[in-house]
Design a protein around this ligand. Structure first.
Ligand code: HEC
Length: 278
């Protein structure tokens, strides 16, 4: 009897702590992706103050041109100078965030700079090292950009990966899922039209779907939460799926699917695995 009581007490005391820790990890994950998003945004706006606020004082950056920018001031100055000389659209899609130690995070992603001319595109990898400060905020302590030499296996080539997702399939089959109503849940668009790390375009008043321009933007946004060819690494698939069915622990928007046999979920999966409309 005493043992039972101890066990019950132990569970009451411990389970919320486990839940809290898992919750914190996913909060940190979201916070880190948000810092990287702000970095891209600040580069785009070429705003030195926004940019400086994201870095630790001793931050550094090694660029693909071989430049080593040491210290926050040099990182900011050098970043703005590159944006000046190469004004293409920058896009970073973080693929993985790890926490090698408390308060330390490594975020790896694909980095694309699209130039003014069609076909003028640079694809590389980038790694951000982040540290959590005293008031809980994450700051970038280091950035390393890497251009593949061309000898990588095709499956690891950023180009091969991003090419594998079909836009037409996304537009006609995947997008409607973001608008559909599921019992007990808000529609995906109700939350993801603003404020969340995965940002879909808001629907025009009265519209029942997105125009082509917005669909393209949605495609880019959703691509960030997909690793083409990988079911388990694609947050689009595991985040809204229950843990019992193979999903991850927590999605603040709820678990919309409880089986991998669900038609909607299978549509998302087919897209991740490279399905096209043809
Ligand atoms: C009630 C609001 C809400 C609804 C409805 C909702 N989400 Fe979310 N979702 C969030 C919030 C908040 C986050 C960020 C925190 C987190 O990861 O839990 C999030 C995160 C995500 C992420 C991870 C984003 C990233 O960048 O890591 C994915 C993927 C996602 N949601 C997909 C969906 C899909 C698909 C649907 C519909 C089937 C949906 N969500 C419905 C609120 C919502």
């Amino acid at each position: 009897m005493r043992l039972l009581a101890t066990l019950v007490l132990w569970s009451i005391a411990t389970l919320p702590a486990i839940a809290r820790n898992a919750g914190r990890a996913s909060d940190d994950d979201a916070a880190i992706r948000e810092v990287v998003r702000k970095y891209v945004d600040a580069r785009e706006k070429r705003d030195p103050n926004l940019l400086a606020a994201l870095f630790t004082e001793d931050a550094d950056q090694i660029t693909t041109s071989g430049e080593w920018r040491r210290g926050r001031d040099n990182v900011v100055r050098g970043g703005l100078a590159s944006s000046q000389s190469n004004p293409g659209a920058r896009q970073i899609a973080i693929e993985a965030v790890r926490f090698p130690a408390p308060g330390v995070a490594i975020a790896d992603g694909r980095y694309e700079i699209r130039g003014a001319q069609a076909g003028d595109q640079r694809r590389m990898w980038t790694t951000f090292l982040l540290m959590r400060g005293g008031s809980g905020e994450w700051r970038v302590a280091a950035i390393r950009n890497m251009v593949p030499t061309g000898s990588l296996p095709a499956s690891q080539e950023p180009a091969a990966q991003s090419g594998a997702l079909d836009y037409e399939y996304f537009k006609t089959k995947v997008q409607p899922i973001f608008l559909a109503k599921r019992a007990g849940h808000a529609r995906c668009i109700a939350c993801h039209g603003s404020g969340t790390p995965l940002r879909l375009q808001a629907l025009a008043p009265g519209a029942t779907t997105w125009n082509d321009e917005d669909a393209r933007k949605n495609f880019e946004a959703v691509r960030r939460v997909v690793v083409p060819g990988s079911v388990t690494k694609s947050r689009l698939l595991v985040h809204p799926l229950t843990e019992e069915a193979g999903g991850d622990f927590y999605h603040s928007g709820g678990k919309h699917w409880s089986s991998q046999n669900d038609d909607e979920w299978r549509t998302l999966k087919a897209w991740v695995l490279g399905q096209t409309t043809k």
